[in-house]
Write a protein that binds this ligand. Structure first.
Ligand SMILES: Cc1cc2nc3c(=O)[nH]c(=O)nc-3n(C[C@H](O)[C@H](O)[C@H](O)COP(=O)(O)OP(=O)(O)OC[C@H]3O[C@@H](n4cnc5c(N)ncnc54)[C@H](O)[C@@H]3O)c2cc1C
Length: 392
């Protein structure tokens, strides 16, 4: 095999989005994933309107997510504040879908195959050797692939990043989150629960249909000193599950159906970590998760698509990729950081909930804002915000 245009490492949302976009643009592309699909990914399984839109662009629209990936459209969300205040938020159709990552990622990987892309499952990258005009990747076994560009979509612990910088200690991520699947749980609504000692973190109950629910919580490591590792978070889990708001959201008959899992969430967006020579980092490997909510699927899809487009256009690839990501996500991620600082304080969380609960219009708009019917930072640009007001 000669020099490929691009090798994508990882076939989660970021890698699959990159692979499909590269194939569409006519690039020669090979994708590697150390796992075989279907595979699990510790996640809340929540898709915002933006994630659903981007998946649609990749050939997996909302109906396919429901049909092929076992997705559930959610019509109502419930927010619970630190004082127990409960706000019911209506969600227009298509704003929020919950789909298990096991089936969602498999459906997306199937779209990669549909494009005739060479997707190799059960193959891990071991070594990365960059040079001035290409990057060589050593795989399990003795095979070596040579590519003009590598798109590293290999998640939080990015093997590619560690191979390029073995001296740098592993990045533990700013958030850490726990997930457990339950049966006979919830009431079909999507619950988000803010409790004083885990703020700006929160617990969730996301409905999966048929009484199944994805249940979990995430915290900022810096704020919860005793929970530095996944092990510590798992120990906190039974205590959180017993709290009244979570009990109310789960219902009396809820039973765990799978073991508890924990995984870090990288939210430190910084343009300089988006690329390294001919390697472009996307998704969790690029640390572009929303620092307020811990959502990263839409950002993974978007950065994957932008990276592949930058390679396809050629000339100044890394500069173009960095500026495209800054344009698409920079303002929203910075805005989310500022909101995260407000939510750290129970008073801030209480005030935010009061503002959401002012009237039916604020509750409806909050649903659209929260589930990314438009970029979240739009509220900072009055002309765009006024246009939304008149449109609704
Ligand atoms: C508990 C929890 C809850 C979350 N809830 C939500 C939510 O509700 N909504 C949301 O939008 N986001 C959520 N997130 C964040 C979301 O899960 C991630 O942002 C998203 O999965 C990032 O996608 P990715 O493609 O970058 O990486 P991943 O989904 O992690 O995919 C990386 C892929 O790379 C492969 N790989 C790794 N190393 C190698 C290697 N050496 N060689 C080959 N392949 C390799 C892996 O097998 C994997 O398939 C949550 C995260 C956590 C931890």
């Amino acid at each position: 095999m000669g020099v490929l245009d691009v090798v994508v490492v990882g076939a989660g949302p970021a890698g699959s989005a990159a692979a499909i976009t590269a194939a569409r643009a006519g690039l020669s592309v090979t994708v590697l994933d150390k796992a075989r699909f279907p595979r699990d990914k510790t996640c809340g399984d929540g898709l915002t309107a933006q994630a659903v839109r981007l998946l649609g662009e990749l050939g997996l629209d909302a109906s396919s997510i429901v049909r092929e990936a076992g997705g559930t459209r959610v019509q109502r969300a419930v927010l619970v504040g630190p004082t127990g205040r409960q706000v019911d938020v209506p969600l227009a159709d298509g704003l929020a879908v919950v789909a298990p990552r096991r089936t969602l990622d498999a459906a997306l990987a199937a779209r990669v195959h549909d494009w005739g892309v060479d997707l190799r499952e059960g193959v891990a990258v071991r070594e990365v050797v960059p040079s001035s005009d290409s990057v060589k990747l050593s795989l399990d076994g003795s095979e070596v692939l040579d590519a003009r560009f590598v798109i590293a979509a290999d998640g939080h612990w990015s093997t590619v990043r560690r191979a390029l910088h073995p001296e740098t200690p592993p990045d533990l991520g700013e958030w850490h989150a726990v997930r457990q699947y339950f049966d006979d749980a919830g009431d079909g609504r999507l619950w988000v629960i803010f409790d004083g000692d885990v703020l700006p973190g929160y617990a969730w109950v996301f409905p999966l249909g048929g009484g199944r629910a994805n249940v979990g919580f995430g915290v900022l490591r810096a704020d919860v000193q005793s929970t530095k590792r996944g092990r510590d978070l798992k120990a906190l889990w039974p205590e959180l599950l017993a709290r009244p708001a979570l009990q109310r959201a789960l219902g009396a008959n809820a039973q765990p159906s799978e073991p508890v899992r924990a995984w870090p969430i990288p939210t430190r967006y910084d343009a300089s970590s988006l690329s390294d020579g001919r390697v472009l980092f996307v998704g969790d490997a690029a640390r572009v998760v929303d620092p307020m909510t811990g959502e990263g699927i839409a950002q993974a899809l978007e950065t994957g698509m932008l990276a592949a487009r930058a390679v396809a256009r050629g000339g100044g690839v890394t500069e173009r990729y960095r500026s495209d990501v800054a344009h698409a996500l920079g303002r929203d991620l910075r805005f989310a950081s500022a909101l995260q600082r407000i939510l750290r304080h129970p008073l801030g969380a209480r005030a935010a909930l009061r503002a959401v609960d002012l009237n039916a219009w604020t509750r409806r708009q909050f649903g659209r804002w929260m589930f990314e019917d438009y970029p979240r930072a739009t509220v900072l640009t009055p002309s765009r915000w006024r246009a939304l007001r008149t449109a609704s």
